[in-house]
Ligand binder design. Structure first.
Ligand code: Z5A
Length: 208
C-alpha cells in the first residue's frame, strides 16, 4: 500500500472497455479532489513507449519467445515505476493505470503458459512494495472483446493470437481475482451505463 496517493489499476482483455473505464474513474476521483496521473502499459515513458511499439509490432521477421515478451513488459514497467508511478505517489497524486503487473500474470503467465515461478521472481525484483491499492478487472468473454477491438481496424501481434490464448488469459485473471481481495471483478459484457455504475460502486465500496 502506498502511504501518500493511491494506486488504482484497470485491467481486462482487449475490447473490455478499459479506455472508457479510465475516463469514468478519473472523473470520479477528480470530483473528490484528487490529482490523478494516468499511465498505460506497456508504455508511459519515452523508452517504455519504444518497447511498446516493439512488443506490439505485427511484422517482425522472427518469432518472439514468450520469455522475451515477458521481459519487455517488465523492462517497460521498471521505467514507468521508476520515472512516473513512484514519484507521482510520493508527491501525493493518485495513479490510475491502464494495465499493470496483473496483465503479465494473466497474458504471459496464463496465456503464454509461463507459469507462476518466473513471474513471482520478476514481481519481487521489480515491484518491491509498490503494489496497487485497488484493481478493477473488467471481465469479458474473449470473443465479444475481440469483436469490439477488431471493429477498430488492424490487429497487433498479440491481438492476432488464437481465441484459446485469450481464454487461458481470462481464466488466469479470474483465478488470481478469486484469491486476491483487492481485485474487484466487473462484468464488462453489460451495457456501458451499467459498467460505469458498477465501477463507481466498486470505488465507493473500497472507500475511495
Ligand atoms: N500486454 C501483455 O501481454 N502483458 C503485459 O504485461 C501488458 C500488456 C502490460 C496492450 O495493448 C497489449 O499488451 C495487450 C495486452 C498486452 N494486448 N493484447 N492483445 P493495448 O494497450 O493497445 O490494447 P488494450 O489494452 O487491449 O486496449 P483496447 O483494445 O483499446 O481495449 P479497451 O481499452 O479495453 O477497450 P476500449 O477502447 O475502451 O473499448 C473498445 C470498444 O468497445 C470501443 O469502441 C468502446 O466504445 C466499446 N465499448 C466499451 N465498453 C462497452 C460496453 N460496455 N458495451 C459496448 N461497447 C463497449
Amino acid at each position: 500500500m502506498s502511504s501518500n496517493g493511491k494506486f488504482i489499476v484497470i485491467e481486462g482483455l482487449e475490447g473490455a472497455g478499459k479506455s472508457t473505464a479510465i475516463a469514468t474513474v478519473k472523473q470520479y476521483l477528480e470530483s473528490r479532489g484528487h490529482q490523478v496521473v494516468c499511465t498505460r502499459e506497456p508504455g508511459g515513458t519515452p523508452l517504455a513507449e519504444q518497447l511498446r511499439t516493439l512488443v506490439k509490432q505485427a511484422d517482425l521477421q522472427e518469432k518472439v519467445a514468450p520469455e522475451t515478451e515477458l521481459l519487455l513488459m517488465y523492462a517497460s514497467r521498471v521505467q514507468l515505476l521508476t520515472n512516473v508511478i513512484r514519484p507521482a505517489l510520493a508527491a501525493g497524486n493518485w495513479v490510475l493505470a491502464d494495465r499493470h503487473d496483473l496483465s503479465s500474470r494473466a497474458y504471459q503467465g496464463g496465456g503464454r503458459q509461463l507459469g507462476d515461478s518466473l513471474l513471482d521472481t520478476l514481481r519481487t525484483a521489480v515491484l518491491g512494495d509498490t503494489r496497487p491499492d485497488l484493481t478493477l478487472y473488467l471481465d469479458i468473454d474473449p470473443a465479444q472483446g475481440l469483436a469490439r477491438a477488431a471493429s477498430r481496424g488492424e490487429l497487433d501481434r498479440i491481438e492476432q493470437e488464437q481465441l484459446s490464448f485469450f481464454q487461458r488469459t481470462r481464466a488466469k485473471y479470474l483465478e488470481i481475482a478469486a484469491k486476491e481481495p483487492n481485485i474487484v471483478v466487473i462484468d464488462a459484457g453489460q451495457p456501458l451505463i451499467q459498467v460505469q455504475q458498477a465501477l463507481r460502486q466498486a470505488l465507493q465500496a473500497a472507500g475511495v
